[in-house]
Design a protein around this ligand. Structure first.
Ligand SMILES: Nc1ncnc2c1ncn2[C@@H]1O[C@H](COP(=O)(O)OP(=O)(O)OP(=O)(O)O)[C@@H](O)[C@H]1O
Ligand SMILES: [Mg+2]
Length: 229
């Protein structure tokens, strides 16, 4: 398939982190192609490069060399303004540590990306926020703040916030790492149903063998290289 219609394409991507006098190789010539609507897990031991890879795709960091293409756009060729646009309109990012705003209630946390987007009116934003908060099963908690919720509930807020802009691509770095296995499974079920219903592309990392077994595609990293997938 042509790479210009792919959701995500990496071509010979190298990422090195400077550490004093040395350079730590985090990704060593990684190439991969993910089509729209795929549900893909990135697996691999600690330090294998999972977070590094997601950060490059999420335009949070830049590759040392090689090409990263997201929704048909070569990210290194984009100006800051276009990168912001891509992060805000095309990608939803779910972090391991949730990254919710502690002083805002659940409604306001989920609405936040829509305020940045500046495309919807207030009533449209409200409808959209309520839809996704309902989708993640938290309608009764709209006025709660993050510290008044459990870990699983916070992760569901983070998912609603990542989805509220209807991104084509959702990236998640170990979205179930801080959750017990039943709650983790419910988060995966939610991601799967959104993938099936809305054709959203999902790319997420995990250590959890149970979850790895359920993924349609598994990309396995070891020492910064793809060993399968
Ligand atoms: N900011 C940094 N500076 C220097 N080295 C880094 C930095 N971030 C990551 N690394 C190194 O890059 C490699 C890949 O790290 P990365 O965080 O991508 O791994 P990971 O697969 O996400 O691991 P984990 O499962 O523990 O989250 C590791 O060797 C790590 O030590
Ligand atoms: Mg990591």
């Amino acid at each position: 398939m042509s790479t210009s219609t792919s959701a995500i394409v990496l071509e010979s991507v190298i990422k090195e982190y400077p550490l004093g006098q040395i350079r730590v190789p985090a990704l060593q010539s990684v190439s991969l192609q993910i089509e729209p609507g795929e549900f893909t897990v990135i697996a691999g031991p600690s330090g294998s490069g999972k977070t590094t890879l997601l950060n490059l795709v999420g335009c949070i960091d830049v590759a040392t060399s090689g090409t990263v293409r997201v929704a048909g756009k070569v990210t290194s060729a984009l100006k800051e303004r276009d990168l912001t646009e891509l992060r805000l309109h095309t990608i939803g990012f779910i972090f391991q540590s949730f990254n919710l705003v502690p002083v805002l209630n659940i409604f306001d946390n989920v609405e936040f990306p829509l305020l940045l987007q500046k495309t919807l009116t207030k009533p449209e934003r409200k409808e959209r926020v309520l839809h996704y908060v309902e989708r993640v099963g938290l309608s009764k908690h709209l006025l709660h703040r993050p510290n008044e919720l459990s870990g699983g509930q916070r992760q569901r807020v983070a998912i609603a916030r990542a989805l509220v802009t209807r991104p084509q691509i959702v990236l998640a770095d170990e979205p179930t790492a801080n959750l017990d296995s039943a709650t983790g499974q419910s988060i995966i079920d939610l991601m799967k149903s959104i993938n099936e219903n809305e054709k959203t592309t999902f790319l997420f990392s995990t250590h959890d063998h149970n979850i790895i077994q359920q993924a349609r595609r598994v990309i396995e990293l070891r020492d910064g290289k793809i060993v399968s997938g």
